[in-house]
Design a protein around this ligand. Sequence first.
Ligand code: FES
Length: 117
Amino acid sequence: MTTRHRVTFVQGEQRWELEVDDGETLLRAAHACEAPVHTLCNGIGACVQCKVRVHGDMAALSVPNHLERDRLGNIFHLTQERLACQSKVHGDVTVEALPVRLPKKKAQAAGMLRPLR
Ligand code: FES
């Protein structure tokens, strides 16, 4: 039997919640519940548009891998920021969906904000 964890996304007053299997990425969880976590690279760790801020214990997520450390630097433990596409869920966690960096209308017009396939 697979262990399940509760993931909560927040942005302002809005909340999105769901349960996921152990090891699921935050990005796939966000897209499953339609939380506003964006991607330009379809989750390969190249665009940094999927940044989230962890509220509470970072131990509920996988340890940042080499790619994530390269993209975020070594201050992620201070900023509590993680890449949703690289962060795997191993416990109940709440994360804040950070705003997309590109102008959203421009990114949408270019077809750059899209769900995972
Ligand atoms: S989705 Fe592009 S870096 Fe995470």
